[in-house]
Design a protein. Structure first.
Length: 247
Protein backbone atom coordinates (compact mmCIF):
# COMPACT_ATOMS: atom_id res chain seq x y z
CA UNK A 1 0.00 0.00 0.00
CA UNK A 2 1.36 3.42 -0.94
CA UNK A 3 1.23 6.45 1.33
CA UNK A 4 1.37 10.21 0.90
CA UNK A 5 4.43 12.46 1.15
CA UNK A 6 3.00 14.00 4.30
CA UNK A 7 2.39 10.66 6.01
CA UNK A 8 6.10 9.91 5.66
CA UNK A 9 7.16 13.36 6.86
CA UNK A 10 8.35 14.44 3.39
CA UNK A 11 7.83 17.89 1.88
CA UNK A 12 5.93 17.83 -1.41
CA UNK A 13 7.45 20.43 -3.75
CA UNK A 14 5.57 19.81 -7.01
CA UNK A 15 3.63 17.04 -8.69
CA UNK A 16 5.68 13.89 -8.16
CA UNK A 17 8.57 15.78 -6.56
CA UNK A 18 9.45 15.86 -2.87
CA UNK A 19 12.28 15.98 -0.38
CA UNK A 20 13.04 15.19 3.23
CA UNK A 21 15.46 16.73 5.70
CA UNK A 22 17.41 13.99 7.42
CA UNK A 23 18.31 14.29 11.12
CA UNK A 24 21.79 15.00 12.37
CA UNK A 25 23.24 17.13 9.58
CA UNK A 26 19.89 18.42 8.24
CA UNK A 27 20.85 16.95 4.87
CA UNK A 28 18.33 16.94 2.03
CA UNK A 29 17.36 13.87 0.03
CA UNK A 30 15.05 14.33 -2.95
CA UNK A 31 12.73 12.05 -4.87
CA UNK A 32 11.32 12.46 -8.38
CA UNK A 33 8.58 10.10 -9.52
CA UNK A 34 7.73 9.08 -13.06
CA UNK A 35 5.43 6.37 -14.41
CA UNK A 36 8.36 4.19 -15.47
CA UNK A 37 11.25 5.17 -13.19
CA UNK A 38 12.11 6.79 -9.87
CA UNK A 39 15.06 9.10 -9.16
CA UNK A 40 16.57 9.61 -5.71
CA UNK A 41 18.74 12.68 -5.22
CA UNK A 42 21.47 11.93 -2.65
CA UNK A 43 21.45 9.01 -0.28
CA UNK A 44 22.04 10.13 3.30
CA UNK A 45 24.94 9.83 5.72
CA UNK A 46 24.93 6.10 6.52
CA UNK A 47 23.75 2.74 5.27
CA UNK A 48 20.87 2.98 7.72
CA UNK A 49 19.73 6.33 6.30
CA UNK A 50 20.02 4.96 2.79
CA UNK A 51 17.86 1.99 3.74
CA UNK A 52 15.30 4.35 5.29
CA UNK A 53 15.16 6.39 2.08
CA UNK A 54 14.85 3.27 -0.06
CA UNK A 55 11.97 1.96 2.05
CA UNK A 56 10.13 5.30 2.09
CA UNK A 57 10.46 5.59 -1.68
CA UNK A 58 9.02 2.08 -2.02
CA UNK A 59 6.10 2.99 0.23
CA UNK A 60 5.39 6.11 -1.83
CA UNK A 61 5.51 4.38 -5.20
CA UNK A 62 5.26 0.64 -4.70
CA UNK A 63 8.40 0.37 -6.85
CA UNK A 64 12.17 0.41 -6.44
CA UNK A 65 14.43 3.40 -6.99
CA UNK A 66 15.88 3.04 -10.49
CA UNK A 67 18.24 6.06 -10.58
CA UNK A 68 20.41 7.77 -7.96
CA UNK A 69 22.01 11.18 -8.51
CA UNK A 70 24.80 12.17 -6.10
CA UNK A 71 25.16 15.94 -5.97
CA UNK A 72 28.71 15.91 -4.58
CA UNK A 73 31.20 13.60 -2.85
CA UNK A 74 30.68 14.29 0.86
CA UNK A 75 29.79 11.56 3.33
CA UNK A 76 26.47 13.04 4.45
CA UNK A 77 25.18 12.85 0.87
CA UNK A 78 26.70 9.57 -0.36
CA UNK A 79 27.22 7.13 2.52
CA UNK A 80 23.76 5.61 2.02
CA UNK A 81 24.31 4.90 -1.68
CA UNK A 82 24.97 1.17 -1.23
CA UNK A 83 21.37 0.80 -0.06
CA UNK A 84 20.36 1.23 -3.73
CA UNK A 85 22.28 -1.67 -5.33
CA UNK A 86 20.07 -1.85 -8.43
CA UNK A 87 20.03 1.87 -9.18
CA UNK A 88 21.94 3.57 -11.99
CA UNK A 89 24.29 5.98 -10.17
CA UNK A 90 25.10 9.42 -11.60
CA UNK A 91 27.69 12.00 -10.60
CA UNK A 92 29.41 15.05 -12.05
CA UNK A 93 32.18 14.84 -14.62
CA UNK A 94 35.38 13.35 -13.22
CA UNK A 95 33.43 11.09 -10.90
CA UNK A 96 33.83 7.73 -12.65
CA UNK A 97 35.10 5.12 -10.23
CA UNK A 98 34.81 5.20 -6.45
CA UNK A 99 38.21 6.73 -5.80
CA UNK A 100 37.69 9.46 -8.42
CA UNK A 101 34.45 10.66 -6.87
CA UNK A 102 35.01 10.03 -3.19
CA UNK A 103 38.55 11.32 -3.00
CA UNK A 104 39.37 14.82 -1.77
CA UNK A 105 43.11 14.92 -2.26
CA UNK A 106 43.06 11.44 -3.78
CA UNK A 107 42.57 9.67 -0.45
CA UNK A 108 39.35 7.87 -1.38
CA UNK A 109 37.23 5.98 1.11
CA UNK A 110 39.55 6.63 4.03
CA UNK A 111 39.21 10.40 3.68
CA UNK A 112 35.42 10.15 3.70
CA UNK A 113 35.40 7.77 6.65
CA UNK A 114 37.72 10.02 8.65
CA UNK A 115 35.65 13.09 7.84
CA UNK A 116 32.45 11.33 8.90
CA UNK A 117 33.95 10.29 12.24
CA UNK A 118 35.33 13.80 12.81
CA UNK A 119 31.83 15.16 12.20
CA UNK A 120 30.32 12.80 14.76
CA UNK A 121 29.23 9.67 12.89
CA UNK A 122 29.77 6.46 14.85
CA UNK A 123 33.09 4.93 13.78
CA UNK A 124 31.63 1.50 13.01
CA UNK A 125 28.82 2.96 10.90
CA UNK A 126 31.31 5.18 9.07
CA UNK A 127 33.60 2.25 8.32
CA UNK A 128 30.72 0.09 7.08
CA UNK A 129 29.48 2.81 4.76
CA UNK A 130 32.96 3.57 3.42
CA UNK A 131 33.61 -0.12 2.74
CA UNK A 132 30.30 -0.44 0.89
CA UNK A 133 30.61 2.66 -1.30
CA UNK A 134 29.31 2.08 -4.81
CA UNK A 135 31.00 3.58 -7.86
CA UNK A 136 29.41 6.20 -10.05
CA UNK A 137 28.62 4.44 -13.32
CA UNK A 138 27.47 7.51 -15.25
CA UNK A 139 29.42 10.75 -15.17
CA UNK A 140 27.66 13.86 -16.42
CA UNK A 141 29.79 16.09 -18.59
CA UNK A 142 27.77 19.18 -19.39
CA UNK A 143 24.22 17.88 -19.21
CA UNK A 144 22.21 14.71 -19.65
CA UNK A 145 18.52 13.93 -19.54
CA UNK A 146 16.73 11.12 -17.73
CA UNK A 147 13.39 9.93 -19.07
CA UNK A 148 11.22 8.79 -16.18
CA UNK A 149 8.24 8.07 -18.43
CA UNK A 150 4.98 9.85 -19.16
CA UNK A 151 6.78 12.88 -20.56
CA UNK A 152 8.72 13.51 -17.36
CA UNK A 153 12.33 14.29 -18.21
CA UNK A 154 14.86 15.35 -15.59
CA UNK A 155 18.04 17.26 -16.44
CA UNK A 156 21.30 16.46 -14.65
CA UNK A 157 23.88 19.21 -15.07
CA UNK A 158 27.54 19.46 -14.13
CA UNK A 159 27.45 23.00 -12.70
CA UNK A 160 30.66 22.96 -10.68
CA UNK A 161 33.28 23.14 -9.52
CA UNK A 162 32.39 25.19 -6.47
CA UNK A 163 31.53 23.54 -3.19
CA UNK A 164 33.60 20.59 -4.44
CA UNK A 165 35.35 19.65 -7.65
CA UNK A 166 32.30 17.59 -8.71
CA UNK A 167 28.98 19.44 -8.20
CA UNK A 168 25.88 18.05 -9.89
CA UNK A 169 22.52 19.85 -10.05
CA UNK A 170 19.17 18.21 -10.81
CA UNK A 171 16.45 20.17 -12.61
CA UNK A 172 12.88 18.91 -12.63
CA UNK A 173 10.99 21.06 -15.16
CA UNK A 174 7.43 22.03 -14.32
CA UNK A 175 5.30 24.68 -12.72
CA UNK A 176 7.15 25.31 -10.54
CA UNK A 177 10.47 23.95 -11.71
CA UNK A 178 12.53 22.41 -8.91
CA UNK A 179 16.34 22.55 -8.74
CA UNK A 180 18.23 20.28 -6.34
CA UNK A 181 21.41 22.24 -5.63
CA UNK A 182 23.45 20.07 -3.31
CA UNK A 183 25.68 22.12 -1.02
CA UNK A 184 26.32 24.80 -3.62
CA UNK A 185 23.44 26.43 -1.74
CA UNK A 186 22.85 26.19 2.01
CA UNK A 187 20.04 27.84 3.94
CA UNK A 188 20.47 26.63 7.51
CA UNK A 189 24.00 27.96 7.85
CA UNK A 190 26.85 29.60 5.99
CA UNK A 191 28.04 27.55 2.99
CA UNK A 192 30.95 25.35 4.03
CA UNK A 193 34.21 25.49 2.08
CA UNK A 194 36.41 22.53 2.88
CA UNK A 195 39.76 21.52 1.38
CA UNK A 196 38.08 20.24 -1.80
CA UNK A 197 36.18 23.48 -2.48
CA UNK A 198 37.04 25.68 -5.45
CA UNK A 199 36.11 29.12 -4.04
CA UNK A 200 37.15 31.16 -7.08
CA UNK A 201 34.60 29.31 -9.23
CA UNK A 202 31.77 28.92 -6.73
CA UNK A 203 29.91 32.16 -7.64
CA UNK A 204 29.96 31.15 -11.31
CA UNK A 205 28.47 27.78 -10.37
CA UNK A 206 25.57 29.61 -8.72
CA UNK A 207 25.12 31.64 -11.90
CA UNK A 208 24.77 28.35 -13.77
CA UNK A 209 22.20 27.16 -11.23
CA UNK A 210 20.19 30.35 -11.74
CA UNK A 211 20.38 29.92 -15.49
CA UNK A 212 19.15 26.37 -15.12
CA UNK A 213 16.12 27.12 -12.98
CA UNK A 214 15.24 30.74 -13.76
CA UNK A 215 13.52 33.29 -11.56
CA UNK A 216 10.45 31.23 -10.68
CA UNK A 217 12.03 27.92 -9.69
CA UNK A 218 12.19 26.39 -6.24
CA UNK A 219 15.83 25.88 -5.22
CA UNK A 220 16.46 23.02 -2.81
CA UNK A 221 19.67 23.47 -0.77
CA UNK A 222 21.76 20.62 0.48
CA UNK A 223 20.89 21.80 4.01
CA UNK A 224 17.97 23.92 5.12
CA UNK A 225 14.66 25.23 3.81
CA UNK A 226 13.71 25.56 0.16
CA UNK A 227 14.64 29.00 -1.22
CA UNK A 228 13.97 31.21 -4.24
CA UNK A 229 16.17 32.73 -6.92
CA UNK A 230 16.66 35.93 -4.90
CA UNK A 231 18.20 33.90 -2.06
CA UNK A 232 20.57 32.14 -4.47
CA UNK A 233 21.64 35.48 -5.99
CA UNK A 234 22.27 36.92 -2.52
CA UNK A 235 24.32 33.88 -1.53
CA UNK A 236 26.28 34.13 -4.78
CA UNK A 237 27.13 37.75 -4.03
CA UNK A 238 28.07 36.92 -0.43
CA UNK A 239 30.37 34.13 -1.57
CA UNK A 240 32.00 36.40 -4.15
CA UNK A 241 32.71 38.95 -1.43
CA UNK A 242 33.87 36.29 1.04
CA UNK A 243 36.35 34.77 -1.41
CA UNK A 244 37.37 37.97 -3.18
CA UNK A 245 35.93 36.95 -6.56
CA UNK A 246 35.27 39.88 -8.88
CA UNK A 247 31.88 39.91 -10.61
Amino acid sequence: MTVTWEELGWERLADGVGRCRLPGWDCTAGLVLGPDATLMVDAGSSLEEGARLREEARRLTGRRVTHLALTHPHFDHVFGAAAFPDAEVYGAYGAVGTDALFAPGGQGREALRADAVAEGLDARRAAAAADALVPVRHEVRGECGLDLGGGRRVRLTDVGPGHTGHDLAVLVPGAPAVVFCGDLVEESGEPQAGPDAVPARWPAALDRLLGLGGDDALYVPGHGAVVDAAFVRAQRDALAARFGVSR
